[in-house]
Design a protein around this ligand. Structure first.
Ligand code: SF4
Length: 485
């Protein structure tokens, strides 16, 4: 049966509205004032981009929202997206000392969103590129979080940067692949505009290897950053996998970002294969689009699931189901369409491997399958475009962890194509790190400040809480120096 949209536009919009609305000014102030502005703040150490968290929270408490957003965005130009999608309980909020006092951690993510929304909503420009340029040109391949993080940093260091992005819009997964109720494409595209405002050229709809060759790029640019991300979802390798009712999770999520919500087809009984965070995004969105049954199918048990506990709780709260120790063995076909899903039950053997229980197969009445099995590395693409860049045995790009430099000296890499798929914030941090590696490669200069963290700190050290060393507020400095003249 051909899949159809199940809800009206109004109902779908309501169901997919943001789950955590923006703080009111009063709520933000109360939360900001709870912060202890710790010395050697553990929350900073837990942030891959090293945002000066107590520094930005203090600025919220003192009413300097623009300064607060500047602190965030200088360290992480995708700070508004990260405020919404970071697993904060496993990162900054997980490190918050309030927990040692048996109190709830400071809601860092929500405060970060509050500050960054202020500058995006009011179109306040907080990042600038220097007027004096280095004369160096860098090509950034891929306009996702790693590419944008790299490009923003390079532009702020005075380099000319061009991003080449295959899709019609930049932003990568932030624009196309995250559950709508966490992050809308508008937020991601506002960050793309911020990077563009630094003078970065973004060429969308351009496929490297097809529309432009690497040899052409090497002629025109002094260095190349590869931030391709990952490839297609792994295949199930079972009969019926290519039926029209079988989707890849990212393709399904992309439909919600590229079509009106009442035009997104969904099954009434949806099976999501896999149990990571993307699987949770897919199952909750299927449920919120009107599926009466949206079930995660996972070959291992609850304790093995890779999804974060809060994602698991969210899916259960949404009414999604979980079928553990089950493995799809066939998508049953009838007249070219899906007529059910054959599942076998599994057990974990003494070696810790999944074993199918013989004779346990049953056909379940699902009418849609969403595959969320993780994505393949871009090994083939890398071999085609950069045959001299070393890959590891998994097909991910081998690079120097401190500089992002690959085995080809003018080619740098970062993000999912290097780390195999981590958080948005890790990709931004790797892009930024590679930007500094490129800067050193081209000009022989170290960039002052921590590799991961704000450049306003003391060289080589995290910027701290704002008490252990001065927090610099550019607009106040400008005022101070203007008075001194
Ligand atoms: Fe504030 Fe960070 Fe200290 Fe928590 S750990 S109280 S967020 S400075």
């Amino acid at each position: 049966m051909t899949l159809k949209p199940l809800l009206s536009a109004k109902q779908a919009r309501e169901n997919l509205a943001e789950i955590e609305p923006k703080y009111s000014p009063q709520e933000a102030l109360v939360e900001a004032e709870r912060c202890l502005y710790c010395f050697d703040a553990p929350c900073i150490m837990a942030c891959p981009t090293g945002i000066d968290i107590p520094g930005f929270i203090k600025k919220i408490a003192s009413g300097n929202l623009t300064g607060s957003a500047r602190t965030i965005l200088q360290a992480n130009p995708l700070g508004a997206s990260c405020a919404r999608v970071c697993p904060t309980s496993a990162l900054c909020e997980g490190g918050c000392v309030m927990q040692d006092r048996d109190e709830k951690p400071i809601k860092i993510g929500r405060l970060q969103r509050y500050a960054t929304d202020h500058v995006f909503d009011n179109k306040i420009k907080v990042l600038t590129a220097p007027a004096k340029k280095t004369g160096k040109k860098i090509a950034v391949l891929g306009g996702g979080p790693a590419g944008l993080g790299c490009a923003a940093e390079l532009a702020q260091l005075g380099h000319a940067v061009t991003i080449f992005e295959k899709k019609p819009k930049a932003g990568g997964l932030n624009t196309y692949g995250i559950a709508m109720y966490k992050l809308t494409p508008e937020t991601s595209l506002a960050e793309v505009a911020l990077v563009k405002s630094l003078g970065v050229e973004i060429r969308t709809g351009v496929e490297v290897g097809k529309d432009v060759t690497v040899a052409q790029l090497e002629k025109q640019y002094d260095a190349i950053f590869v931030g391709f991300g990952l490839g297609r979802t792994y295949r199930l390798g079972i009969p019926g996998e290519d039926l029209p009712e079988v989707y890849e999770a990212l393709d399904f999520i992309e439909l919600l970002h590229t079509r009106p919500l009442d035009k997104v087809p969904v099954g009434k009984r949806v099976a999501v294969i896999g149990c990571g965070n993307t699987a949770i995004d897919a199952v909750t969105q299927a449920k919120r689009l009107g599926a009466t049954d949206a079930t995660i199918i996972y070959r291992r048990g609850e304790a093995d699931m890779p999804a974060y506990p809060y994602e698991y709780e969210l899916a259960k709260k949404d009414g999604c189901s979980f079928l553990f120790h089950a493995l799809p063995v066939e998508v049953v076909a009838e007249k070219g369409h899906m007529a059910g899903l054959k599942l076998a039950r599994t057990k974990i053997n003494a070696q810790g491997r999944v074993e199918v229980i013989k004779g346990s197969e049953t056909v379940e009445n699902f009418d849609m399958v969403i595959k969320a099995l993780g994505q393949e590395p871009q090994a083939k693409l890398m071999q085609k475009l950069f045959p001299k860049v070393n890959l590891d045995k998994d097909g991910t790009v081998v690079r120097d962890a401190a500089t992002g430099q690959t085995s080809v000296k003018h080619v740098f890499a970062g993000g999912d194509c290097v780390n195999g798929g981590r958080e948005v914030v890790n990709a931004v941090a790797e892009g930024k790190k590679a930007a500094r590696g490129i800067h050193k490669f081209l000009l022989g200069e170290e960039v002052a400040g921590p590799v991961q963290g704000t450049r306003l700190g003391v060289k080589g050290k995290p910027s701290g809480s704002g008490f252990d060393q001065p927090v610099r507020i550019p607009e106040l400095e400008a005022e101070y120096y203007a008075k001194k003249k």
